[in-house]
Every structure is written in C-alpha cells, then in structure tokens.
Ligand binder design. Structure first.
Ligand SMILES: [Mn+2]
Length: 335
C-alpha cells in the first residue's frame, strides 16, 4: 500500500466551478460498459451540484445499465442513450473517462460531440488521460474518480449528504475492490471513513458489487472458465455474443471474471476478450510487481491503469492470436 497522496489543483477546481455555474445544462456521458466509479461519480456530481443550482445530467453512453448498479441513490435520474432523448447542453463534464472515444454510441454516432465545440470539464484518475478538456482535473494517483469528486464537492462548498456519500463510497469500493488494490492509499481509506461518517453504508455496496449476482452471471462464468487458455505468461478467455445470448447475460456481468483470473500462479497477467463487431474488446489485469497492462494497452491504442487496462483489438483470429502472444511474452518476461 502506498501512503502517497495527490493534491487537488485549486485553480482548476475554481475554473471548473465557474464553467459549471455559467452553463445552462451540463451533460455527463459515462464511459462505455460503465462501472461503479464511472456512474456513481457522475450521480454524486449531479446530486452535489444541484445544491448549487447547477443542472448536471448523467447519461449512460452505450444505453446499458448494469444490474449491479441499480442500488445507487439517484439512479432513476440517469438517462440511457438511445432510449431517452438528450436535453440541450452547453457544457460536457466527463468523469472517470480516460479517452473521449470511450463514450460509446454517444461518441460513435457523432464524434463532433466531443471535438471541443462544446467545452469539456475533464475529471479523471487514469494515467493515460490525454487532458482533452478545457479544464482538466486529472490525478493518476487517486484510487478512483469518486475520491477526486469527494474532495471537489467539499471544495465547492457542497454538503456531503447521505445519498452523495453512498454514491462516492460505491465508486471508491468499485475501483479498489473494497479498499484492496495497491492504488488504495491511507487517504483513500480516510475518504471512505469520512463518507461512512456522512451516512454511507458499506454493506449494500459490498453485496451489490461483490456478492449478489444473477444466475446468468454464473452461467457466463461457467462457460468462460471452460475456455481458459494460457499463452506465455497470460491467462485469458473470451466471450462471444452467442455465449451472452445463451446465458441471457450482458457483457458487464463478466467484469469480475478477469479479477478472478488475475493472480493465478504462473500467470503474470489476465485478459478477458469480448467479441464485438470490430474484433475484441479486451479487459486486462495484473498484480503489483508484474507487467504494466496500461503500457500494453497504450501500445494497441487503449488505456487504463498499470494494474487494470482495456483495449479494442480490431481484426480477426490472426490479430487476436498476435495480441495474446505479444501480451503473453511480455507477461512472462515481467513475471
Ligand atoms: Mn475509475
């Protein structure tokens, strides 16, 4: 565990608040296959900024609402792209989004949406974030975007009420696997403790994120585990649309699987490959001291954190094979 601590950029925080205050409506599209941190930090911003009479609307960029996140307070106020019509907006506030291309259909339907014509406030903790915003609050050593939002809201004079605290604690628990990752600092733990003091309850968070699951998830894991393969130092498996359909599952149900695979003795990295129209979306993990998966992802045009990263592989079986072999040999080199 690291005891290092990031410092909020007070100037950027003030400029962000100015922009938020001047906007008529702020849109917050989440990253695709949204996770607890991505969605909870967006909802916390909505609830907090409402106290300042700022209207911020979170939108699920790919229209997909993970079952496991329905417990979040304020979830009913989140729009789904493709289902709900978008309100007019004059500012984008992206949170937990390392790359504008991760904004799902919101981006692919019209890349001009994020080309800078509408200004962007960029709040993130991915080391690969390329600072695409007009205002950037990017802290790669923060364990989650929610950890940054907790401090930002306090800085802006927002009262952290029970609902906001519950969202932020869910985001922190999501990205730190319940305060267990090596990105977790003493500050992360203090922030979590402060949120509990503000009324957050860890029990429903732990249940929703790590324990309770639909049967379709077990079906998916059973099929994925049957197909586990070892290539060099990489342990990996893949999921097809057909497998998802047969189990009646959606892709987000497999997210925990790659966390299960990482740490398998003899494997320096784990990957889960989701087949899609263009090839495969790959989710990678490694343990501390092993290969830096963010660097591998960046080489292939993806991004993330040293221990958790993602990338889109375009092409067919040959490209997939080349990818797993390259990652496998890197993972073997770095133990
Ligand atoms: Mn995050």
């Amino acid at each position: 565990m690291s005891s290092s601590s990031w410092q909020l950029d007070h100037e950027a925080a003030a400029e962000a608040l100015n922009r938020l205050r001047s906007a008529q409506l702020v849109l917050t599209p989440t990253h695709q296959t949204v996770d607890a941190d991505g969605l909870a930090s967006a909802i916390a911003l909505r609830l907090g900024l409402r106290q300042l009479d700022i209207e911020l609307v979170p939108v699920l960029s790919d229209g997909q609402m993970p079952h496991s996140l329905r417990f979040l307070p304020g979830i009913d106020e989140v729009l789904a792209y493709g289902r709900d019509s978008l309100p007019d907006y004059d500012l984008l506030c992206l949170v937990d989004c390392s790359d504008r291309r991760r904004l799902g259909s919101f981006y692919t339907d019209d890349p001009e949406r994020v080309s800078g014509n509408v200004p962007i406030v960029n709040i993130d903790h991915h080391v690969t974030n390329d600072l695409f915003g007009q205002v950037n609050i990017v802290e790669p050593t923060a364990a989650s975007a929610s950890e940054i939002v907790a401090q930002l809201l306090a800085e802006w004079g927002v009262e952290i009420d029970r609902d906001i605290a519950q969202c932020l604690l869910a985001g922190i628990y999501g990205d730190t696997l319940g305060l267990r990752t090596d990105s977790t600092t003493s500050r992360t733990m203090r922030t979590a403790a402060d949120l509990v003091d503000a009324g957050a309850d860890p029990v429903p968070i732990v249940d929703a994120l790590f324990r309770v699951k639909p049967r379709s998830t077990v079906c998916l894991w059973e099929k994925a585990l049957r197909n586990v393969q070892y290539t060099g130092g990489l342990i990996w498996t893949e999921l097809t649309k057909d497998t998802l359909d047969r189990c009646g599952a959606n892709a987000s149900e497999a997210e925990g699987l790659v966390n299960f695979l990482v740490g398998t003795q003899g494997a320096g990295a784990a990957a889960l490959l989701y087949a899609n129209d263009k090839g495969w979306r790959v989710s990678m993990r490694s343990l501390p001291g092993a290969v830096d998966v963010a660097r591998i992802a960046a080489e292939f045009g993806g991004g993330g954190h040293p221990r958790a990263a993602g990338v889109q592989i375009e092409g067919g079986e040959d490209e997939k094979r080349a990818f797993v072999e390259q990652v496998g040999s890197l993972a073997a080199e770095h133990g």
